[in-house]
Ligand binder design. Structure first.
Ligand code: B12
Ligand code: SF4
Ligand code: SF4
Length: 357
């Protein structure tokens, strides 16, 4: 074990105390939970490569790259000995499932979580380096080849549910994960066993049947989160009706999960979001100009899909929403849109409306 050179006497040669303090500091920074694990992830290689072999990653080519960095954290940061895994809850609303309105996944409604998480992780890492002089660290949140869920399981933050997400007994699954790679050996936490039992709600509710092999194995090519966020091309015709009015991400397999029924709904954040988006009437969102899109999505993850992706998703949602004259007029106004991607989905939606769905 690397000798701790501490500026604070209470941590001198006392990794137990340091681990306990790291958890306290993490909670003070707003993390719901902090766990610690080692760097041994070699047993994950098989599962991950099987997933890729089945082409479940679709067009997310970056998942094919740097595979060994995922199972060997030392290749990402030389000298890493412990990994601190943090989770941060995000607020949830269930107020936008109305006819003619678009649905946006709860995680996307706040400020871009990458920034918030990174800031908190940096603060926690700095705090550690203040008490242990000369320690080295790197922080990650969705930013590098890191097996975030597998690390979180090892660090005792929850188990991987059949919906393929990390689930925590207290807080369900509505949270983000982030990590600090650290060159100090710390006492590790123990993993939890799965508590899904015989439940199959998420598998049954998934609109596109993307959850396969009794869950855990997710076919991203069918997942609405992938189709509406990560995938930039023409969405396969057979999947379009199944997307419904979801315009960014999907929460269906989380909404039904019994572990998510106890979480609190944050009214204040719903209000802030509603003010910013002035409600989510599909037709209003579809008529936004590019400038309005850029201005109103500033600082959020919605920006990631770009204006074309935004219009593509909205065209599908309009094609799936209950037929109304206002929708037909809005779609007609974009039938000659210069983007081929948008035109394709607008034509599909018009045909669907004309056929009365
Ligand atoms: C690519 C990606 C996606 C893809 C693929 C999702 C997937 N399930 O693989 C798409 C675009 C579909 C997606 C969607 C979503 N995502 Co995403 N995504 C990622 C990302 C960047 C990489 C995941 C990855 O590598 N997948 C490939 C598979 C093979 O790896 P894996 O799922 O990590 O599984 C490994 C281990 O966990 C293990 N394993 C998995 N299952 C099991 C089961 C058993 C029994 C065992 C033994 C092992 C095991 O094997 C794998 C190899 O080691 C992570 C961040 C990260 N770096 O991890 C976020 C992440 C998983 N996403 C997140 C979120 C919030 C979402 C959405 C909820 C967003 C939304 N509302 O629309 C949806 C949920 C869809 C779903 N049901 O999973 C959060 C999840 C938080 C949580 N509570 O788990 C993460 C962790 C981002 C973050 N930093 O917070 N995502
Ligand atoms: S996010 Fe939606 S589409 Fe993807 S697995 Fe869950 S329910 Fe299915
Ligand atoms: S819905 Fe049921 S099976 Fe799916 S993740 Fe939740 S507890 Fe597990």
């Amino acid at each position: 074990m690397r000798n701790l050179k501490c500026n604070n006497n209470s941590h001198s040669n006392n990794p137990q105390q340091l681990a306990a303090d790291i958890k306290t500091w993490g909670r003070e920074l707003g993390f719901a939970q902090v766990g610690i694990t080692d760097v041994n992830l070699k047993d994950q290689a098989q599962y991950f490569s099987q997933w890729l072999l089945k082409k479940n990653h679709g067009a997310m080519e970056y998942l094919m790259k740097n595979q060994e960095l995922r199972y060997e954290p030392a290749l990402l940061m030389s000298g890493v000995k412990s990994i601190i895994v943090c989770r941060m809850n995000y607020p949830v609303s269930r107020c936008d499932e109305l006819a003619g309105y678009g649905e946006i996944a709860a995680y996307a409604k706040g400020r871009d979580y990458h920034k918030t998480m990174r800031k908190k992780l940096q603060l926690l890492a700095k705090k550690i380096s203040q008490v242990v002089s000369g320690c080295d660290y790197r922080v990650f949140c969705d930013s590098a080849p890191v097996l975030e869920k597998a690390l979180a399981v090892k660090a005792g933050l929850g188990w991987i549910g059949k919906n393929s997400l990390l689930i925590n007994e207290q807080d369900g699954s509505y949270f983000f994960l982030g990590e600090i790679y650290l060159d100090l050996s710390l006492p590790v936490d123990q993993p939890l066993v799965s508590s899904c039992g015989a439940c199959r709600r998420c598998l049954d509710v998934c609109p596109t049947k993307a959850l396969q092999g009794d869950g855990c194995m997710l076919d991203a090519r069918r997942c609405i989160a992938y189709l509406t966020i990560e995938y930039k091309g023409i969405i396969p015709c057979d999947l379009r009706p199944l997307i419904g009015t979801r315009i960014f991400g999907c929460d269906a397999c989380q909404q039904v999960c019994p572990w998510n029924q106890i979480i609190s709904i944050d009214q204040e954040s719903i209000l802030v979001f509603k003010q910013r988006f002035s409600a989510l009437r599909l037709v209003d969102l579809f008529l936004w100009t590019k400038e309005q899109f850029l201005e109103r999505t500033a600082g959020t993850v919605l920006r990631r899909i770009g204006y074309e992706g935004w219009l593509r998703n909205l065209a599908i949602a309009l094609g799936n929403a209950p037929v109304c004259a206002e929708h037909r007029v809005a779609l007609q106004a974009r039938i000659d849109c210069e983007s081929e991607l948008v035109r394709e989905h607008v034509c599909w939606a018009c045909d669907r409306i004309n056929a009365g769905q």
